[in-house]
Ligand binder design. Structure first.
Ligand code: DGJ
Length: 377
C-alpha cells in the first residue's frame, strides 16, 4: 500500500522498512522491478547483504551468494561469511542465511576478520556437489596473500565446508592460444616488463589470485578467471573435473594492464569478458573483451557503458553477468556500488545488456524490469 501511494520512491521503501520494523512484520510488498542503487529489501525487509556476488540458477530458482558485510569500515573484512538468498523472479529475494561461515579459529585460512571477497558458486554434475570459489586474504595480511579459496556443499544453500586456499598453477607456464604474438610469450630469463616479472617471480609458489569469477562452459568444463600478477593480468584458468582445483592450463589476458572485477558470459558462441580498472573501492570505467575461444586471443573493445555516468560505470564495479533463464539474448550486468566507510550499505546496480550485432552496451535505468528483453527482439 505504502509502496503504491509513494510511487515506489526511496522514501516509500524507507517508510515501508520502518513500518515493518515497528510491527515486527516479515511480509514484504512484492517487488516488480529493479531499482539500481536503491535499498533492496529481502523477504524480511532487510537490505540484501550479498556484495561482490554471483548467481546460480537451479530448477526454477536463482541463488545469490555474496559477501556479508557489517556496518562501518570493519565490514570490509569478513566478520560473518558468505550470505545466500533465493528467488524465483529475480526481484524478490528470500534470506537463506549464511552459506559459508568464517571460522572462530584464528589459525584457520578463513579466520574471522580475514578478507573473503567475490564468492561464486557452481554446480558439478559429476560429483553432485556445489562448489564455492572466492578471493581470500589471510587474517592480518591485508591484500598480500592473494589466494583462491574453495569450499563445497551437498546442498545449494549450504553449509559449505572450507577445503583449502592457495595460489593457483604453481610450476606451470601459460598456454598460448594460436596466433599469440611472440611479444606476448613469457620470457623468465629476461622479463620484458613488470607484469612478466611478477609472473616469473610467482611460478614456484603459484600465481596471485585476487578479484575473480567462475564460468561453466556448455561442455561442462569450468574456468576460474582472476586478477594475477599484482592485478597486471587476468588469468583464465581451467578447473579440474571436480571443479575444486586447477589443472595447470591457463592463459594470460590483457597482460600489462591492471584489470579487476572480471565477469564473463557466452553469447552466440562468443565469450564476453567485462572488467574494471584498479582504483580500490572507487569506480572507474569498465572495459570489455571478446574471444572465440575462452583462452583467447581476446580483443579489447573499450568501455561498454553508454550515457551519463558511463565513465565511472554508473558508480559501480562489475561482479557478475547473469544469463536470464528462459529468455533469449537476455543478460544482466551486475555491479557493486561500494560504500567502504559503511560497508553494509553497499548497493547493487543490475542493468540489462543490449546487443548490437556482436557488440554490447550497458545503459542506465532508474527502474526497469525483465520485459526490456522482450522489447529488444
Ligand atoms: C577492488 C576490488 O574489486 C574489490 O573486490 C576489493 O578488493 C577492493 N578493490 C579493495 O580495495
Amino acid at each position: 500500500m505504502i509502496t503504491l501511494f509513494c510511487k515506489n520512491t526511496i522514501l516509500a521503501k524507507t517508510a515501508a522498512f520502518a513500518l515493518l520494523a515497528l510491527f515486527n512484520c516479515s511480509v514484504m510488498a512484492q517487488q516488480k522491478q529493479f531499482s539500481p542503487g536503491q535499498l533492496w529489501p529481502d523477504d524480511k525487509g532487510v537490505h540484501i547483504n550479498a556484495h561482490g556476488g554471483g548467481l546460480l540458477y537451479q530448477k526454477g530458482t536463482y541463488y545469490w551468494f555474496g559477501e556479508h558485510k557489517i556496518a562501518g569500515g570493519a565490514g570490509n573484512r569478513a566478520m560473518v561469511g558468505v550470505h545466500c538468498y533465493s528467488s524465483k523472479d529475480l526481484y524478490n529475494w528470500k534470506d537463506q542465511g549464511i552459506a559459508l561461515a568464517v571460522s572462530t579459529d584464528t589459525t584457520s585460512d578463513i579466520a574471522k576478520g580475514c578478507i573473503l571477497e567475490r564468492p561464486k558458486v557452481v554446480y558439478n554434475k559429476k560429483t553432485k556437489k556445489y562448489v564455492m570459489w572466492f578471493h581470500l586474504e589471510l587474517l592480518g595480511q591485508s591484500y598480500k596473500a592473494a589466494r583462491a579459496g574453495v569450499a563445497t556443499s551437498d546442498k545449494v544453500t549450504g553449509p559449505y565446508t572450507f577445503i583449502r586456499s592457495y595460489r593457483p598453477n604453481a610450476g606451470f607456464m601459460p598456454y598460448y592460444p594460436p596466433g599469440t604474438p611472440d611479444a606476448d610469450t613469457v620470457n623468465c630469463a629476461q622479463p620484458k616488463n613488470k607484469s612478466e616479472g611478477f609472473f616469473c617471480r610467482d611460478v614456484p609458489g603459484g600465481q596471485m589470485a585476487r578479484d575473480m569469477n567462475v564460468f561453466v562452459d556448455d561442455d561442462g568444463k569450468a574456468y576460474h578467471i582472476f586478477s594475477a600478477e599484482e592485478n597486471f593480468t587476468l588469468d583464465v584458468a581451467e578447473l579440474n573435473d571436480t571443479y575444486t582445483g586447477h589443472t595447470g592450463k591457463f592463459a594470460r589476458v590483457y597482460a600489462g594492464h591492471q584489470t579487476e572485477a572480471p565477469a564473463i558470459f557466452k553469447h552466440n558462441g562468443i565469450y564476453y569478458l567485462i572488467g574494471s580498472g584498479t582504483t580500490g573501492w572507487a569506480p572507474n570505467p569498465a572495459r570489455w573483451f571478446t574471444a572465440k575461444s575462452i583462452y583467447g586471443l581476446w580483443t579489447y573493445h573499450g568501455n561498454p557503458c553508454k550515457g551519463k555516468g558511463a565513465e565511472i560505470t554508473f558508480g559501480g564495479q562489475s561482479t557478475y553477468i547473469l544469463p536470464v533463464a528462459g529468455k533469449k539474448d537476455a543478460f544482466i550486468f551486475m555491479a557493486d556500488k561500494w560504500t567502504p566507510k559503511n560497508a553494509i550499505d553497499g548497493r547493487y546496480l543490475w542493468l540489462p545488456i543490449t546487443f548490437k550485432g556482436d557488440d554490447m552496451e550497458i545503459s542506465w535505468f532508474d527502474n526497469w524490469d525483465l520485459k526490456v528483453f522482450d522489447k529488444e527482439k
